[in-house]
Design a binder for this molecule. Sequence first.
Ligand code: GSH
Length: 198
Amino acid sequence: MPLDLYYHPISPPSKAVLATAKYLNISINVKEVDLFGGETRTSEYLKLNPSHTVPTLVDNGFAMFESRAILQYLANKYAPDNTIYPKNPEARAQVDKILFFDASSYYASLSKAFIPILIFKKEASKEALDELAEKISILESLLGEQKFFAGENITLADISLGASVPVMKMFFKDMWPKKLESWYIRLSESVPQLPELK
Ligand SMILES: N[C@@H](CCC(=O)N[C@@H](CS)C(=O)NCC(=O)O)C(=O)O
């Protein structure tokens, strides 16, 4: 039975889940949610995801939200031997480290900078831009000279970041670090469902 993914095409975390499912050949039934029309606030939706966000995954009655936790669930359940989420504790910790940095630090700062532009048609504040610049330089140093963020193989960390990094390039072109360009090209050759870099 396919899994249901409540999704919106503007949402980077939704794209991360869809790209991971496709990469792992997991059959997904995409249910587009009217994000701006209040569809994530209905009592039915809130039972699945009290945080009223997309994405939400429902696997045979089991509902999950928070995209990075969904990625980990998909890999654990449907691709336990795939190097996308390595089993070795140290290797897995590297992936988790990047996923947590992404969620709590990089993507949080990116949202602070781009949401005022996208939703409120205002400029990003200097404080938000400075914060984002620092997070971008941390990303560059985390990647270092590696092919991917956790080493030689594509992992969930790359796909999660890969879903939002094009937004950063689109809104803040002058902050785009060259180092991420070659990583992104490498990544999207293997994960073609990720957004195009513009
Ligand atoms: N940390 C969450 C963030 C999800 C998120 O913020 N989704 C946005 C769209 S990108 C959303 O649904 N916002 C609607 C709301 O917060 O009510 C995840 O990774 O799943």
